[in-house]
Every structure is written in structure tokens, then in C-alpha cells.
Design a protein around this ligand. Structure first.
Ligand code: G1P
Ligand code: ZN
Length: 544
């Protein structure tokens, strides 16, 4: 194989965020942009000569082009084999599983997750290590450092690989294996959940379901698992065909973006269970007839009932949540005497805890839940977990949630996002909050007395690494809490996220609307960060 060294110019903006490098497609299409970042990854890694790399993406616009470029660069850089999902498709959790199952050196996942796709929208790339999880910060920082002084990348010439036919192809000694993207993942799900019970509950009509694949990657996965294996009618999957632009929508599973599902679930003839997943299949939204389950509650309910699921029947070793996720799961952990960890936002921080078997389940308020079965959050896994719970408990989603609140109390929760704020204004807001930290503790705002205010800093209990500046937290004596942080996944300006929660022990108060119950905290949050004054915005773009 003739290796070519191509001269290139460094780009200053290749610093990966919460989950890989995400930019507009037009940015990725600049000469050498994708190549520079891929070379920066390869050049920062060691000892992969002859080893296997997994490659696939969520099928968004630019996926196929990027895959052909990466195939040639992987060959030129010395990998021995590539495992690629058919048509270049792999959901993020399936990619994680395939890296683990085939003992690959690592993988490249091409996705911008829930961000919109298309020629004028977003693309992304993320490197996952051999445990199947996102590269830790020390690696992503090494990629960035390398990208800042890169002057050349390696590639080679050969005919484009046929991505659409399953089988093995060679270019010289370099092996390319095209696999079915669903089969291995479906088998894994079958090994975790009670498929015979699920099949029986679905075919008998006890469970009726609606799954919104949002014209993204989970369509083929849901079809195989829910329809072919579990017998759900084909019509129970909507937006089932993956499209390069997700039909022009945001493939983000929340009540705003999955509006067709939301409408059906709150209609008179709603199915028992409704769910949606995102662009790359790692997020999930859970609903039941007339009820939306917040991701924080979903995690807590999963933890409280995990032993009903075959794979977790022996119990959990511990649980973890990202810092802004509500404290609902902490209450379950306390009752079951389970270790409970609080990590910064982003799935990469769960990897060490899972590898060290300190935790079995983990989740984030941002519609992410997962377990030790892979090293990514997993949308369809969460759907199957809930279906298995409903089938086993023979209770509706609403009954499961209300019963949980009665036992543990309700952590009323909401997140408010202000998108596309000018970056200097957003940074100034965070700086202003930093200054407030020192003076807030002890101050009273109506019935809210500040008990602590700090900027979250995480020390990894496995490798001792420290991650600073992970969000401003303000806690109150009555257990309420608010968190402010800037998104690390956006591609336009800055997004301010405000996370609000209030604990309600009294069951007679559990059926309140979250925005009403949190009204005082919302006003206080505004007072602290001065978003109206600083941006002129009167309300958030997205409330979840
Ligand atoms: C967002 C979520 C975070 C999640 C990430 C990737 O990151 O808040 O929990 O891990 O997407 O799905 P953010 O934009 O807040 O940095
Ligand atoms: Zn995602």
C-alpha cells in the first residue's frame, strides 16, 4: 500500500466538547478539516498497528463521505482491520457493544447526536476507547493539542469501499468487514431482558406501544427488536426510516421535538407506553398514557426496581448520576444502601466507575440512562427496561411513577435552556455567578435559605483525575437546588442551561405541574444569573 503524506494547515477550533467534536457540516467540509482531526486522534494513540477499529455513524448527511475518508486514513496509519456497520450505520450504543464484543482497539462514532442534520446543519466525530466508552478527557485534550500544530496527515489511494453489502473486503492486507448493524445489539438486549415475557405481554395486547425513531438511527433497531422479535405491530414505530436530515427535525427525544408521540400519549386512546430516541440512539424519552417520566425519575425508578430485570436480578453494585441530574436516585441508593456517585455532565465520566464495577446503573437528566452492558447511554435498552418493568409489575407507567413518589418523595425537576447566546455574554454570566458564590451562603430569599454555593469540581475515585469548572451549584436549606452551566455540545454561540429542583415529600402535593411548583426557584435563578438583563431574553428556548 502506497502511503501518501498530505500537507495541511492546523484549525484552531478542534477542541472536543462534552461528546466529541461537533461542528456545522460546512466546517467539516473545509479542506483537511476532518482529516486533521482524525490524524490528531491516530497520532495521539499508541500501539494499534494491525489492530481493529470500529466505524459507523447515525447516517446523517456527510456520514458516507466521512467514512470513505477515514477508511483510507485508518489503512495508511497502520490499523489492520475495520469493522463497519452496513451502509455506514451504527447506533452509538451498538458501536460501544461492537468494540467490546470484538475486542477492538477502539472506534470512531460519526454523529452529532440530537443536533439537526443536513448540508447546513451539524456533523460530529467521537473516539471511543477499548472499553467501548468515550475517550477520557486526557485523550480528548491530547487530540486537541495535536490538532493545534498538525502539519500533515496520512492517507492512501484505493477504490471506495462498498458499504452496502455485508461481508469482507480487502485492500492489500487491510481487511474491511461490513456487518449487520443490528444483530449483535439485538442479541445483547435478548441476554438482558425477559423477551418471552415481553413477547407475551405485547402479543396479548396487555402492552400497547408507540416508539418514535425520529427519522434517525433507531428505526432499524426498533423494527428488528420490537416488531420482528417481540411481535409489536409495524405501526407502533413512527418515523422509522433513517433520513440524512432527520426529515428536517431535531432528532431530540423530548416533548417539544417528539410532538407527534406527545400528542398521541396525551390523547384519549393513548397506548400503554410511548418512547422516543435521538439521532444516534443513545437518548430516550419515556412516557405512559397521560404521563411523561422525567429522565431523573426514570433513573431512580430503574434503580429501585432493577432486580425485576433478569440481568440485574442479583442487585446493583452502585449507581451514579451526572451532577445536574435530580437527587431522586440518591434517595433510592440511600434506602438500598448502595454507593451513589455524582459525576460531571457527559457519559465519559461513568466509564471508570463501570469498569471498576463500582456502579451498575447510571444516568443523566438529559434523557440518558444506561448500565454496565455497554459504555454509552442506551436509548432502546431504556425502552426495553421500562417494558420489562410494566410486564413484570403489571402496572401502568403512571402507577409505577406515583407509587415511587409515595415511597421516596418527588424531586420536582426542570431544565431551562437559553440557546445561541452570544459567547462573551454567556461567559460573563458564568463569571458573575462565580463572584456570587462567596457571598450567597447563609442569605435568605423568601423561604429559600442558601446553604451552599460552589463550582463543581470532580475527583475520579478510580484514577484520581480532577475535572474543574463543571457547573455552578446553589443549594438551599429545604433541599432545593439550582445549577448553571454552559453546554459543551452546541455549535452556535453558547447555550446556558439552568437546572432546577425542589423536593416534595407530601404525597398530596405530588401532582403539581413542575413549572408552577418551581416558580419561585425560576425567579431566583433569573435574579442570580441576570439572563433577562444581559440578553434581553424573556424566556428559555427549550424547557424539559
Ligand atoms: C448534553 C447533555 C449531557 C450529555 C451530552 C451528550 O451536553 O447535557 O448530559 O451527556 O449532551 O449527549 P451539554 O450540551 O449540556 O454539554
Ligand atoms: Zn445522542
Amino acid at each position: 500500500m502506497q502511503i501518501e503524506t498530505i500537507t495541511t494547515q492546523a484549525y484552531s477550533d478542534q477542541n472536543p466538547g462534552t461528546s466529541g467534536l461537533r461542528k456545522k457540516v460546512k466546517v467539516f467540509q473545509q479542506a483537511g478539516y476532518l482529516e486533521n482531526f482524525v490524524q490528531s486522534i491516530f497520532s495521539s494513540l499508541e500501539d494499534f498497528s494491525g489492530k481493529t477499529l470500529v466505524l459507523g455513524g447515525d447516517g446523517r448527511y456527510f456520514n458516507r463521505t466521512a467514512i470513505q475518508i477515514i477508511i483510507k486514513m485508518a489503512a495508511a496509519n497502520g490499523f489492520g482491520e475495520l469493522i463497519i456497520g452496513q451502509s455506514g450505520l451504527l447506533s452509538t450504543p451498538a458501536a460501544s457493544h461492537i468494540i467490546r464484543k470484538y475486542h477492538a482497539f477502539g472506534g470512531l462514532v460519526l454523529s452529532a447526536s440530537h443536533n439537526p442534520g443536513g448540508p447546513d446543519e451539524d456533523f460530529g466525530i467521537k473516539y471511543n476507547v477499548s472499553n467501548g466508552g468515550p475517550a477520557p478527557e486526557k485523550d480528548t485534550q491530547a487530540f486537541y493539542q495535536y490538532s493545534q500544530s498538525i502539519s500533515s496527515y496520512k492517507t492512501t489511494h484505493f477504490a471506495d469501499v462498498d458499504l452496502d453489502n455485508i461481508g469482507i473486503q480487502y485492500r492489500g492486507d487491510f481487511k474491511i468487514t461490513i456487518i449487520d448493524p443490528v444483530t449483535d445489539y439485538a442479541e445483547l438486549m435478548q441476554s438482558i431482558f425477559d423477551f418471552p415475557l415481553l413477547k407475551q405481554s405485547i402479543s396479548s395486547g396487555y402492552i400497547t406501544l408507540l416508539f418514535d425513531a425520529m427519522s434517525a438511527i433507531t428505526g432499524p433497531y426498533a423494527k428488528r427488536i420490537l416488531v420482528d422479535m417481540l411481535g409489536a405491530p409495524e405501526a407502533s414505530i413512527i418515523n422509522a426510516v433513517p433520513l440524512e436530515d432527520f426529515g428536517g427535525h431535531h432528532p431530540d427525544p423530548n416533548l417539544a421535538h417528539a410532538h407527534e408521540l406527545a400528542e398521541r400519549m396525551f390523547s384519549a386512546d393513548a397506548p400503554t407506553f410511548g418512547a422516543a430516541s435521538d439521532g444516534d440512539g443513545d437518548r430516550n424519552m419515556i412516557t405512559g398514557s397521560q404521563i411523561f417520566v422525567t429522565p431523573s425519575d426514570s433513573l431512580a425508578i430503574m434503580a429501585a426496581n432493577a432486580t425485576l430485570i433478569p440481568a440485574y436480578a442479583k442487585g446493583l453494585s452502585g449507581v451514579a448520576r451526572s451532577m445536574p441530574t435530580s437527587q431522586a436516585v440518591d434517595r433510592v441508593a440511600a434506602q438500598f444502601q448502595l454507593p451513589c456517585y455524582e459525576t460531571p455532565t457527559g457519559w465519559k465520566f461513568f466509564g471508570n466507575l463501570l469498569d471498576a464495577e463500582k456502579i451498575t446503573l447510571c444516568g443523566e437528566e438529559s434523557f440518558g440512562t444506561g448500565s454496565n452492558h455497554v459504555r454509552e447511554k442506551d436509548g432502546l435498552w431504556a425502552v426495553l427496561f421500562w417494558l420489562n418493568l410494566i410486564a413484570q409489575k403489571r402496572q401502568s407507567v403512571a402507577d409505577i411513577v406515583h407509587e415511587h413518589w409515595q415511597k421516596f418523595g418527588r424531586d420536582i425537576y426542570s431544565r431551562h435552556d437559553y440557546e445561541a447566546v452570544e459567547t462573551p455574554i454567556a461567559n460573563a454570566m458564568i463569571e458573575h455567578l462565580r463572584e456570587l458564590i462567596a457571598e450567597l451562603p447563609g442569605k435568605a430569599f423568601g423561604e429559600y435559605v442558601v446553604s451552599y454555593a460552589d463550582e463543581f469540581c470532580y475527583e475520579d475515585s478510580v484514577d484520581g483525575s480532577i475535572s474543574k469548572n463543571q457547573g455552578i451549584r446553589i443549594g438551599f436549606a429545604n433541599g432545593s437546588r439550582m445549577v448553571f452551566r454552559l453546554s459543551g455540545t452546541g455549535t452556535v454561540g453558547a447555550t446556558l442551561r439552568i437546572y432546577l429542583e425542589r423536593f416534595e415529600a407530601d404525597a398530596s402535593q405530588h401532582n403539581q405541574d413542575a413549572q408552577v411548583a418551581l416558580a419561585d426557584l425560576i425567579t431566583l435563578a433569573e435574579q442570580f444569573c441576570e439572563i433577562k438583563k444581559r440578553t434581553g431574553r424573556t424566556e428559555p428556548n427549550v424547557i424539559t
